[in-house]
Write a protein that binds this ligand. Structure first.
Ligand code: FE
Length: 346
């Protein structure tokens, strides 16, 4: 066989390979990413569509309020999921602890998301930020009367405070942040003082506390910032607008460590079949366009510094966030829970 003929044969072989092998790989591995989402469709669909437009990667989403962790466990290596999106950060820890996520080492994620809002091992990343604030009755509490979480134990607020159960991870994380600031003994005294000031046995979610302030059951509530926006503009339940209108929101501890914060976030599934697309999606979600939209949709703050806030969130004013890393909140969570149990915040 002449050299030319050999070369031609090789060329034909390569051509055949490129026609059959490359498109087949595209179809299975390069053109889609599958999400299991605790977050609702209205929050994420707008920027997922943009991701597909930008990258050509189709996005398939399964929405579920609960049960995603169990489902991933059952599916094991056969799971179709590549990414999990969570509404709260305790789920990120639970997914990681169950061995359902895998580490991602991405320069873009590291550049976009401050280290305190990421897993040091790279298994999860925070995407939107919210503060756990104090909200008080405009009519019955004077501005400036409360400035710190620590102020809530003042006996003058006896019978005035409404807050959901201490075991909810929003409150457990808040208590963990107090343990980081003050140690366990002082924090236990604080939780006991807080419980002593309750207007009623803890019940309902964050919004139920706002309703209770509106109805005069109590004067002070503790809640995540986004609920204020969600109540203020509520179309489905317009009575919630009145709850929000009765409240003044306050970012605590602005003169010292800052207001406690937590995140929603995401992680790449351990058995992801479309790992590269999954990482690309997380990078997209952590960057300017999606950050701005994701945060604005739910009255949250972008985790990426410098991304603009929505007008409503801006109207609440600038605030200083507690600089504590989320992994520290996880580490101190069990101690916080023991304190909550001993103090009877149930
Ligand atoms: Fe929430």
């Amino acid at each position: 066989m002449s050299r030319l003929r050999k070369l031609q044969k090789t060329k034909i072989f390569l051509f055949v390979l490129s026609v059959f092998a490359v498109p087949a790989m595209d179809a299975v591995a390069a053109n889609e990413v599958n999400i299991y989402s605790y977050r609702q469709e209205f929050l994420i669909r707008p920027f997922l569509d943009q991701f597909t437009k930008d990258t050509g990667i189709a996005v398939n989403v399964v929405y579920a309020k609960k049960g995603i962790l169990q489902r991933l466990k059952q599916e094991g290596a056969n799971t179709p999921a590549d990414v999990v999106l969570t509404a709260g950060f305790s789920r990120l820890k639970a997914l990681k602890d169950a061995g359902l996520l895998q580490p991602v080492d991405s320069a873009a994620l590291k550049a976009n998301v401050p280290a305190k809002y990421r897993d040091p091992a790279g298994e999860w990343v925070g995407l939107t930020l919210r503060s756990r604030i104090i909200a008080y009755s405009k009519a019955r509490v004077a501005d400036g009367a409360i400035q710190r979480y620590e102020d809530l134990v003042d006996p003058k607020w006896k019978g005035k405070i409404c807050v959901r159960t201490g075991s909810h991870y929003y409150n457990r994380a808040l208590v963990a942040s107090m343990v980081a600031a003050h140690g366990e003994a002082k924090t236990e005294a604080w939780v006991k003082g807080l419980v002593a000031n309750f207007a009623r046995k803890p019940q309902g979610n964050d919004r139920a506390q706002a309703k209770a302030v509106f109805e005069g059951v109590c004067d002070i509530a503790v809640m995540n910032t986004y609920y204020f926006g969600k109540m203020k503009f509520n179309k489905k339940n317009p009575e919630q607008r009145d709850w929000a209108a009765s409240l003044q929101i306050l970012f605590p501890n602005q003169g010292d460590r800052g207001a406690h914060v937590n995140v929603s976030g995401a992680g790449v599934v351990k058995h992801a079949k479309n790992r590269d697309n999954a990482v690309r999606l997380l990078e997209f979600l952590s960057d300017g366009f999606a950050q701005k939209m994701y945060a604005a949709q739910n009255y949250e703050y972008p985790v990426k510094p410098g991304v603009g806030w929505s007008d409503e969130v801006k109207s609440w004013g600038d605030y200083k966030a507690d600089g504590l890393a989320l992994v520290e909140l996880f580490r101190l969570g069990p101690a916080a829970q023991r304190i909550i149990d001993r103090a009877g915040w149930q």
